[in-house]
Design a protein around this ligand. Structure first.
Ligand code: GMT
Length: 378
């Protein structure tokens, strides 16, 4: 039997797909017997139960008055080095190149080169920061200094090579969900509690309402759907575009059909009352929310941005439209919601894809095999 590993994990611990993936990965690795050390600014929000082999090391930043900006990245590097030494970690797995790969590099220098680190790219570090030339150099450095680099979709691997051009092999390891949580449940009481009529269809959108999510396109698409199919739109999440989205809902006269639910945690219950998910982003390296919905049997319509077409199979378990193609998205939605047999087939196919192509054990084993390759190479 192979020795169990001691792994340090660093991510942005607050709500967000990368934090979710990093935390769920840590939990699954712990279930497989590894010792996990989260080194983050706060307890990851999905770390909602006690595991005897998961530890949390908080990063404290001292607010000395001489510093205009508190040096979080340096405090993190120092904490990584301290934990790696004290706990004799085999490796660090950091999520996001900036700043985490750079911090891991510093920690590695501080502890000696035995400490290896894996960097996982999630998207925003590449597609947003990568177009800033001053950042691109630092991202390239972080990627090249990593012992292994993964990205969450083939599209993100390609984009990283286009924008950053690192001299490094980047392998795709897809995201996954925990199918013990994400499956279709009987949530008819919840539908009634929201005062949604039995015959009405439910369309859902979940995001952090950043500009790249194009939530306005979701609202326009829904307005066209609602002209033909009695339906309600659930908008889940919050963020910078929320006010503009609310004004658009008023302007289009669909206020009574749109439920603004804000940030929610038990998304499986909301997906269980949903018939269709819309994700109209202009940038999206993977779209974890699609996978969560699909696992609950919800067919999705998404744009052709980034990794979305690697998650949704067009015409099989959902539809892909060009970014900004509101009319095409609405036409697909009306066809799907108006044809129970087609919807049943897409819903089943969505569940199967989530369970088979993005199977949690398979993905965790991919990461484990990267870790063992590195540790054996010591
Ligand atoms: O989508 C966001 O704005 C959040 C961001 C994050 O850092 O959590 O999500 C990114 O990582 C997720 C997990 O790998 C992916 O599912 C999202 O597609 C990706 N977001 C973007 O590429 C915009």
């Amino acid at each position: 039997m192979r020795k169990k590993l001691k792994i340090g994990i660093t991510c942005y611990p607050s709500v967000g797909g990368s934090g979710v993936v990093a935390t769920e990965l840590g939990k699954l690795l712990a279930e497989r017997g590894h010792e996990i050390h989260f080194i983050t600014s706060s307890v990851p929000f999905r770390l909602n139960k006690v595991y005897s082999n998961i530890y949390f090391h908080g990063v404290e930043v001292n607010q000395y008055s001489v510093f205009k900006h508190p040096p979080y990245d340096l405090a993190l590097s120092s904490k990584m080095a301290e934990v790696a030494r004290r706990e004799d970690l085999d490796l660090l797995h950091v999520h996001y190149a900036i700043p985490h790969a750079i911090c891991a590099f510093l920690a590695k220098q501080m502890t000696g080169s035995r400490l290896k680190f894996v960097t996982t790219l999630h998207g925003t570090d590449i597609t947003v920061l990568g177009s800033d030339p001053s950042m691109a150099q630092l991202i390239r450095f972080g990627i090249e200094a990593s012992d292994r680099v993964t990205a969450v979709s083939n599209a993100l691997v390609e984009q990283t090579h286009e924008l950053i051009a690192p001299d490094k092999h980047i392998e795709t390891v897809y995201n996954f969900i925990d199918e013990r949580i994400y499956y279709k449940k009987d949530a008819s009481r919840l539908k009634a509690a929201y005062k949604i009529e039995e015959h009405e269809k439910v369309v859902i959108h979940v995001s952090n309402f950043r500009k790249v999510k194009r939530v306005q396109d979701v609202v326009h698409t829904f307005a066209q759907i609602a002209e033909q199919i009695p339906s309600k739109l659930l908008l889940v999440g919050d963020g910078p575009e929320m006010s503009s989205v609310c004004s658009l809902v008023d302007e289009l006269g669909i206020k009574d059909q749109v439920l603004l639910l804000g940030k929610q945690e038990n998304l499986d219950e909301l997906y269980s009352i949903s018939d269709l998910k819309l994700l109209m982003s202009e940038k999206e390296s993977f779209g974890l929310v699609l996978l969560e919905a699909m696992a609950c049997g919800v067919p999705c319509i998404g744009t052709d941005a980034g990794g979305i077409p690697e998650v949704i199979s067009h015409n099989e378990n959902g539809y892909i439209v060009e970014t900004g193609s509101i009319g095409a998205a609405a036409a697909h939605a009306v066809k799907l919601l108006g044809d129970p047999e087609l919807h049943r087939r897409f819903s089943k196919q969505a569940e199967i894809a989530a369970q088979e192509r993005f199977k949690r054990d398979q993905i965790v084993e991919q990461y484990e095999s990267i870790y063992y390759d590195l540790v054996q190479g010591v």
